[in-house]
Design a protein around this ligand. Structure first.
Ligand SMILES: C[C@](O)(CO)[C@H](O)COP(=O)(O)OP(=O)(O)OC[C@H]1O[C@@H](n2ccc(N)nc2=O)[C@H](O)[C@@H]1O
Ligand SMILES: Nc1ncnc2c1ncn2[C@@H]1O[C@H](COP(=O)(O)OP(=O)(O)OP(=O)(O)O)[C@@H](O)[C@H]1O
Length: 278
């Protein structure tokens, strides 16, 4: 059985500069990976079936991003092979950590290798983008400055600090936040140097904090120790630390408002070590 990783990501900031005709938003963001991941397992099947045992998630299998990624790749390539697939989920769902998109990207990379399809990263990205705006960054696999809907990527080398990430006990629907009329959609485009100077924000924060009191409460709590920020459209928030022990010490004080974990930021996706280059 082939096992591989699907890491979480953080959006170190998130600006929305405009809205496309199809309703999707043009963003500016920086993605950094976390050393915190789900594990996926694959076995090739010769009978062409995709078998993915029902697991403890509330959505039907046809909506699962692992299943959909496998099905799309099968259809695109016309392979006669199938797979048995298992997932060990650790990344909180609907937390802005990109777990679903990461699962989809890892599935594309794994089955491209196991089915010996030799599809390029560009083709996998094309397939991946139809599954979610965050799939391309997980295929790209390097910390990046992102524009477009998150698919125009420029590699960045950043520090790799430790992050305390808090899941405040609730999930946030990305669609719900992106359709809120009060969302700021006209932030002036910035340059990478402005991000490096620290002059950024997450424009989803006020909307998410007013709709989800648990997020607001968790941010107020974390702000007592370090400046907190939302990742993506939430619900998770994070703060940076130079040493893991400092982050662990703050985590030890977390009241019963959810749960947290400490993980290191990574410029190279922990998923990539599982694969030969596609
Ligand atoms: C907020 C981010 O996490 C930032 O990294 C991503 O842009 C969200 O990416 P994602 O979860 O993969 O999002 P998708 O599954 O593609 O889209 C979910 C919904 O969010 C909205 N959406 C998403 C991305 C985007 N750039 N503009 C949008 O308006 C769309 O209404 C879409 O129906
Ligand atoms: N394998 C999967 N893992 C997680 N979510 C999945 C999966 N398959 C489908 N989904 C659906 O995708 C939705 C969003 O999942 P995900 O955890 O990626 O959100 P998120 O962390 O907020 O991501 P993003 O930052 O990309 O918005 C879930 O609510 C669920 O309905």
């Amino acid at each position: 059985m082939f096992s591989c990783l699907a890491p979480a990501k953080l959006n170190l900031f998130l600006h929305i500069t405009s809205r496309r005709e199809d309703g999707y938003h043009c963003l500016q963001t920086v993605f950094q990976f976390l050393d915190y991941h789900d594990v996926l397992y694959f076995d090739v099947r010769r009978d062409g079936q995709l078998r993915y045992p029902v697991f403890a998630q509330p959505w039907p299998i046809e909506q699962d991003l692992i299943f959909r990624a496998a099905q799309l790749l099968q259809q695109y390539s016309g392979t006669s092979l199938g797979a048995d697939i298992y997932v060990d989920k650790k990344i909180p769902v609907g937390g802005g950590l990109g777990g679903g998109s990461s699962n989809a990207a890892t599935t594309l990379l794994a089955l491209n290798q196991l089915w010996q399809l030799h599809l390029s990263k560009e083709i996998l990205t094309q397939i991946g983008l139809s599954l979610g705006a965050d799939v391309p960054i997980f295929l790209y696999g390097h910390t990046a400055w992102a524009e477009g809907i998150g698919e125009k990527l420029t590699a960045l080398e950043l520090d790799e600090p430790w992050y305390l990430v808090i899941y405040p006990g609730c999930s946030v629907s990305t669609r719900e936040i992106f359709t809120d009329p009060a969302l700021t959609r006209d932030t002036l485009p910035i340059k990478i140097s402005t991000f490096l100077a620290g002059q950024t924000t997450n424009v989803c924060e006020p909307i998410v904090r007013s709709r989800y009191p648990a997020v607001d409460q968790a941010m107020k709590w974390l702000d007592q120790y370090r400046p907190s920020r939302l990742t993506g459209t939430g619900s998770c928030l994070f703060a940076r630390f130079e040493q893991p022990a400092e982050a662990q010490a703050v985590l030890a004080n977390l009241p019963e408002i959810g749960y947290g974990f400490v993980a290191q930021g990574r410029n190279v996706s922990p998923a990539l070590k599982c694969f030969a280059e596609p």
